[in-house]
Design a protein. Structure first.
Length: 351
């Protein structure tokens, strides 16, 4: 059941709202400030091409790692896998990472399990890159290359601008790497338009979603390809800030069992991508509507408006930016404080 607070708050007064609203400016500054560091990293990667990429992260940062997987595999054709932090921190099993690119993503850069895995990866011969918001954090001291998120202080427990800054850092790295390797230059050319597109995304009105989920108990959030991480992030924020049980699935994977739960009035949020996955995602939305489910499709011509993406790879950032504003409003609508979710701390240090 929705939690009840003592008094309602204006949605624009929360830290979650104010910090998410800063994301476009954060990304604009980050793209400018990190350009030289990204180019230096790309030069090193071209000189010694990694055979594969390993990501390591938890929470929202792990959703950024999901985005990294699809981005690097589709744009550069390099196999990218997520490391389970406990393999290194709890089981202490050495991994064969010689010549790999190891990307650790963390807002705080302090979690012991990420630190141990980054240390082990570097000792095994991987090139360790840290995407971290706290530039003097222990993780940054371990890394061969640091790409600061430049998100600034984040007071809300719910990460917003730091998550979007993680995505934009991965986007910039991929775009510069692809261009330097003699590949398509379209993504690099699209980067300057990203901040303005994010501002447009922040202005998108997702009130129908807020109204529809005000009394909900659970839902599915679906995405696919580079949009799967966005679905994972949305599902986490529903749990974290709204007290709403949400599960994220690929729009393809949901057909392998989970869709049996979808019937009349079952809520489903779909985040479509303007790429080859779009038609399949829309087909799932249509099928669920025929079952009587409550469906919200975020797509051009869909139930929820979306900002135009300067490149398809930018679309997940825009969807999440629009979603954050709706999640903040929904949290308050359901009687929660999005800045202080029950039982959670800003920095989670796992072993």
């Amino acid at each position: 059941m929705p939690h009840v607070t003592e008094a309602p708050r204006d949605a624009a007064t929360t830290w979650m709202f104010r910090e998410a609203a800063q994301a476009a400016d954060v990304v604009a500054a980050q793209l400018a400030r990190n350009a030289d560091a990204v180019d230096a990293l790309v030069d090193a990667l071209l000189a010694r091409p990694p055979q594969f990429v390993v990501t390591c992260a938890r929470g929202s940062s792990d959703h950024a790692a999901t985005y990294a997987k699809y981005l690097l595999e589709t744009r550069l054709g390099i196999v990218t896998a997520s490391a389970s932090p406990s393999v290194g921190s709890v089981y202490a099993t050495p991994q064969r990472m010689h010549g790999a690119l190891f990307i650790a993503i963390s807002q705080s850069g302090r979690s012991p399990d990420l630190l141990r895995n980054a240390e082990a990866a570097r000792a095994a011969g991987a090139h360790v890159v840290a995407l971290v918001n706290v530039e003097d954090a222990p993780l940054a001291q371990i890394a061969d290359t640091v790409l600061p998120l430049h998100a600034g202080p984040e007071r809300s427990v719910a990460a917003t601008k730091s998550y979007l800054a993680s995505l934009s850092a991965l986007l910039q790295l991929t775009a510069h790497w692809q261009r330097a390797a003699g590949g398509d230059t379209a993504l690099a050319a699209a980067l300057p338009a990203l901040p303005e597109a994010m501002r447009a995304a922040w202005a998108c009105d997702w009130t129908p979603l807020v109204d529809g989920l005000a009394a909900a108990h659970n839902l599915f959030v679906l995405g696919r390809g580079t949009g799967l991480g966005a679905a994972q992030e949305a599902a986490l924020k529903f749990k974290e800030t709204c007290g709403l049980h949400a599960e994220a699935y690929s729009a393809a994977e949901v057909r392998h069992g989970p869709m049996a739960l979808v019937g009349p009035r079952f809520p489903v949020l779909l985040l479509a991508q303007p790429d080859g996955t779009d038609a399949g995602t829309r087909a799932v939305a249509d099928e669920f509507r025929l079952r009587g489910a409550d469906v919200w499709l975020a797509a051009p011509g869909g139930d929820l408006p979306v900002a135009a993406a300067p490149d398809p790879a930018c679309a997940p950032l825009l969807a999440v930016q629009s979603f954050y504003r709706a999640a903040n409003a929904l949290s308050l609508r359901r009687g929660f404080d999005p800045d202080v979710p029950p039982h959670l701390n800003k920095v989670t240090e796992t072993v």
